[in-house]
Ligand binder design. Structure first.
Ligand code: HEM
Length: 126
C-alpha cells in the first residue's frame, strides 16, 4: 500500500533536485546521450534549475516554474529544437537511468514512468 499520493510527497524538493542532477550528470557523461547532450548548452546549471523548478510543480509540489515564467506549457521552450521520436526516447531513457541510479523505490517509479513518457511525447515537435 502506498503511503503518499504524489511523487512530491515521497521525494520532496530535495529528492527531485537530486534526480535532476543525476539526469544531467548521466546525459553529460554517457556516450549513449552524446547527441542529446550536444543539443544543450555547454553549461547545464541554468537548465538544471529550470527542470527542477518544473518537476517540483509537476510532481505535486509548489508551482515554482509557473510562478517564475507564467506557464507550464513545454511546447514553447522547445520550439527551437528539433525533437522527434529518437530525441524523445533518449531523453526518457536518460531520466529512467537516473531513477535507477538513485534507486528510487518501485512505487515512485511506477507513478513517474508513464507520465514522464507522455510529457516527453508531448514535447516532440516533428
Ligand atoms: C518530460 C519532458 C520534458 C521536460 C519537462 C522538459 C523541460 C525543460 C525545461 C524546463 C527546459 C528549460 C526551458 C526554459 O525554461 O526556458 C528545457 C529545455 C530544453 N529541453 Fe527539455 N524537457 C522535456 C523534454 C525534452 C526532450 C524530449 C528533449 C529532446 C531533445 C529536450 C531538450 C531540451 C533542450 C535542448 C533544451 C534547451 C537546453 C539548454 O538551453 O541548454 N527536452 N526542457
Amino acid at each position: 500500500m502506498m503511503n503518499y499520493d504524489s511523487p512530491y510527497q515521497a521525494l520532496k524538493e530535495s529528492g527531485i533536485r537530486d534526480l535532476v542532477r543525476e539526469f544531467y550528470r548521466i546525459m553529460d557523461s554517457s556516450p549513449n546521450y552524446a547527441e542529446l547532450r550536444a543539443m544543450h548548452s555547454s553549461d547545464l546549471s541554468g537548465i538544471s534549475e529550470n527542470l527542477g523548478d518544473y518537476l517540483v510543480g509537476w510532481m505535486g509540489g509548489p508551482q515554482i516554474y509557473l510562478e517564475k515564467y507564467g506557464s507550464v506549457c513545454m511546447t514553447g521552450p522547445h520550439k527551437s529544437f528539433s525533437i522527434g521520436s529518437k530525441e524523445r526516447d533518449a531523453w526518457v531513457s536518460c531520466m529512467y537511468e537516473a531513477m535507477e541510479s538513485l534507486d528510487l523505490c518501485d512505487d515512485v517509479k511506477m507513478m513517474l514512468k508513464d507520465p514522464i513518457y507522455r510529457l516527453a511525447d508531448a514535447v516532440k515537435n516533428r
